[in-house]
Design a binder for this molecule. Structure first.
Ligand code: NAG
Length: 194
């Protein structure tokens, strides 16, 4: 899944705007100033990150669903585990590893359909305020449907590490529910990795 692949980018702090296609791809955007700040942050923390081999990053999953079917966002445990495997495989040899944390399942049809990076800030704020767990060493993943408006069809978007100091609650990755391995309806463009 593209936004998971971009985790290396995110966790290493390297600022890259991933390909943005019409209604597809990555919804993360960054200004020149933010890019410079992210690069500086990366330069400062690169060494620490490389030395932090021992500590796996705990990944908390916040599954937003409309109904208890896979098509409606109720991702099965097997897909979550498969996604964690893909993530660890992709990062093998980097010194970065991930471990599954809590899986929270949250029924909210409105968030599932509408929530995205563009014009649903209040929804996103509420979701993160209520459900984000952990600290700077924790990764929070939120899965939604990206079904409506400008966010329709997005794969995902994320904050940058440099943003954590500005707003810890906002920190995390929001991604499309069916981009995980075994996701339904099937998405041929994503199998847990691009
Ligand atoms: C920080 O982010 C949270 C979650 O997105 C939001 O509720 C809050 O309003 C933000 N705080 C500031 C100061 O922007």
């Amino acid at each position: 899944m593209a936004s998971f692949k971009s985790l290396l980018v995110l966790l290493s702090g390297a600022a890259v705007v991933l390909g943005q296609h019409v209604g597809r791809g990555c919804g993360t955007t960054i200004t020149e100033e933010e890019l410079a700040a992210a690069e500086a942050h990366f330069a400062t923390h690169r060494k620490e990150a490389l030395m932090a081999k021992a500590a796996p990053i705990t990944v908390h999953w916040n599954i937003i669903y409309r109904d208890t079917t896979v098509n409606d966002g109720y991702i099965p445990e097997s897909s979550i585990e498969a996604q964690m495997q893909v993530l660890n495989d992709d990062f093998a040899g980097s010194g970065i590893s991930f471990t599954l944390g809590d899986v929270q399942r949250i029924q909210n049809a409105e968030w599932f359909r509408f929530l995205g990076p563009y014009d649903t800030v209040e929804m996103e704020n509420e979701m993160k305020r209520l459900y984000r767990k952990g600290d700077a060493s924790t990764l929070n993943v939120y899965t939604v449907g990206f079904e409506a408006g400008r966010a329709r069809g997005l794969l995902g978007y994320a904050t940058f590490p440099v943003n954590y100091a500005l707003n810890a609650t906002d920190d995390g990755v929001v991604m499309r529910h069916n981009s995980v391995p075994g996701g339904q309806p099937p998405d041929p463009t994503t199998l847990g990795a691009p």
